[in-house]
Design a protein around this ligand. Structure first.
Ligand SMILES: *Cc1c(COP(=O)(O)O)cnc(C)c1O
Length: 382
């Protein structure tokens, strides 16, 4: 066959290990979330960390199609990349910027920064004044997360400072929940009450501001947390941070992680498998080597606990997961051979493996699992 065909075969993204993304699932999840909130409430699709590992542009476009109104990113670079790809909707930087060069780039690309201090407000004023453009910003107030945000007791004074900055246009005031996924914690109620108090003292003079508080867990938990906008990440990708909601909302996971069996071997009883010989065969066994490892984002902490699916049925991973490969015990599975497709996350037949299961096996959280996939894995949009 011709040379160009040889090249194509080598470049097959499904050659070894890959991620499949279904934008239709993201779009449908955005619709479900939009239906859950009031007509007057905006939906921000949080697409930071490359869209939780799904590909930020793919997710952003699908979410906007499904009715999302704005986008949230963590870094300036993430915002710039979305702008360069032609996305024009409002974009809020959830992280903060510390110097005027960054703020100038932010303003130039019509990205809205998050402000937590008068230092940041005054920098924004200077940058905007120099360029003769109004700088649209959101103020973050700390109600109990103790990360970004200004002290609650200083919020009113900071808003006055911003009001005096003629070229800074305050668009929104927000806060972030620290324990929204813990249904038994009283912290969320406290944070809500603090936010309410702040709003009470602001609403008269600043009724046109966009107030927002809820992440996915806050959005699913209580309408009272919705205010003028919700900032949804995890639920947009098809996972509920609250166990009780998974399933009944109809959210669909948009990501599958797959790899291929590259070799099947027969080994005797009592043989040590992989680095450290953490697993010793208890019988004469068939083992399958799979072309994916921790350099792709399959955490080594999953070693010996991971279940995968082949032809819709579960199989156990054995021994230590290595950088590029892992091993399955396929002794009872004559249907498995070189080229068999292994589903590590997502559904195959009636079974499905979720980031929550990975988290239970490895002591992680679904957010970390999703953004742990490395560039070596090609992402195929379906
Ligand atoms: C990441 C982030 C979110 C989204 O959180 P999820 O739990 O994934 O919905 C919302 N708000 C802020 C400020 C964030 O940093």
């Amino acid at each position: 066959m011709s040379k160009s065909q040889t090249v194509l075969v080598n470049a097959d993204p499904r050659q070894r290990a890959w991620i499949e993304i279904q934008p239709a699932a993201i779009e449908s999840n955005a619709r479900i979330l939009k239906d859950l909130i009031a007509d007057s409430c905006l939906l921000m699709a949080v697409v930071k960390a490359d869209g939780y590992g799904h590909g930020a542009q793919t997710v952003a476009r699908a979410a906007l199609l499904g009715g999302a109104d704005t986008l949230g990113v963590a870094t300036l670079q993430e915002g710039l990349e979305l702008r360069q790809s032609g996305i024009t909707c409002p974009i809020l930087l959830l992280g903060n910027l510390i110097n005027s060069e960054e703020l100038a780039a932010c303003l130039h690309s019509r990205l809205m920064p998050t402000i937590s201090s008068s230092r940041e407000a005054l920098l924004c004023q200077k940058v905007a004044e120099d360029r003769g453009v109004k700088f649209r910003v959101h103020l973050k107030v700390d109600t109990g997360m103790t990360r970004l945000g200004c002290d609650l007791t200083k919020a009113l004074a900071l808003i006055q400072t911003i009001d005096r900055c003629n070229d800074v246009d305050l668009q929104g005031v927000y806060s972030h929940l620290a324990l929204a996924d813990d249904e038994f914690s009283s912290v969320t109620t406290k944070q809500y009450q603090r936010f309410e108090e702040l709003l009470g003292s602001l609403k008269q003079k600043h009724h046109d501001l966009c107030f927002h508080l809820a992440n996915s867990a806050g959005t699913l938990r209580d309408q009272a947390f919705h205010y003028d906008m919700v900032r949804v990440g995890l639920a947009l990708y098809g996972y509920s941070p609250l166990k009780k909601f998974q399933g009944d909302l109809g959210l669909q996971p948009a990501l599958s992680l797959k790899a291929k069996v590259t070799l099947v071997r027969e080994v005797a009883k009592g043989v040590g498998v992989s680095y450290g010989h953490r697993f010793i065969t208890k019988r004469s066994s068939r083992l399958a080597v799979v072309g994916i490892g921790y350099a792709d984002g399959v955490s080594r902490a999953l070693s010996g606990r991971l279940l995968v699916l082949i032809n819709g049925r579960p199989l156990s991973q054995v021994g230590n997961i290595t950088m590029d490969q892992l091993v399955l015990d396929v002794t009872d599975r004559l249907d498995v051979g070189p080229g068999s497709v292994v589903t590590l996350l997502g559904s195959d037949g009636k079974n499905c493996i979720t980031p929550q299961q990975w988290s239970d096996w490895s002591g992680s959280i679904p957010w970390e699992v999703l953004c742990g996939f490395k560039n070596r894995l090609p992402r195929i949009v379906i």
